[in-house]
Design a protein around this ligand. Sequence first.
Ligand code: DO4
Ligand code: MG
Length: 275
Amino acid sequence: MRIYRTRTGCYIEQNGAYFLIPDVTWDDLVLQDDLLGFCHSIIASSSSSSPPADADILPPIQSQEVWAAGVTYFRSRSARIEESKGTGGGDFYDRVYHAERPEIFFKATGRRVVGHGDKVRIRSDAKWSVPEPEMTLLINPKGTIVGYTIGNDMSSRDIEGENPLYLPQAKIYDCSCSLGPCVLVSSDPLPLQTRIEIEIVRAGQLHFTGAVQLAELKRDSATLASYLFRDNSFPMGCFLMTGTGVVPPDDFTLLSGDHIRIVIDSIGTLVNVVA
Ligand code: DO4
Ligand code: MG
């Protein structure tokens, strides 16, 4: 079952039928003690409604913070080593890939997040920008993973490669994070065969395509979530992006007008255009 935040309210979708949840904000939903049970009780007690219009879909976030894990796939480790090789990046990325403690960084507040159909941005002072398609966890205030969405961790590789201390500037800026189109509510981890696929279309032509399976994610979601919650509280819940396993070739940079399409089958499709 999936939940949507829209201009006309919050909806549950199950097997193609949509149910409007009366008088509930997105924060109310995330704060439910038993989100899955709550959704089942709404479906049992209401009749279906017409689906929300695509144009009304909002990013599935209100007061939650967005955090992100990095270097969780071998492909990401290799890309970071490559982008920082001329600037003394050393073996930091290889070390964090193999270390017990993951790399976790702050990514966005709701204000910086865009949703399905919205524009993402590349930094005006960056020359090498990429999307990062990432399976993203919705975690409730108790630290329990209650759902899954699609995330795009927009990143400036030249800024990050120049010095690892520039990571927050490479990662956090207006419209640097896209989430959506919905949250798949589930108490079970996503199957390891789940594929994350990305397509970048430029001037109507397919320019880049890539895919990765969750089986290649080096750390499991529960471990990543438990590190995030160590000595850190999230009274409104939070999102945790789990890292990218797809990195376009080094001569690729995003351009204004590029269409970015990310698919995770059980969740849906997240489409954004570069402003
Ligand atoms: O260490 C830099 C960030 C890496 C990242 O965002 C990723 O692997 O997805
Ligand atoms: Mg990332």
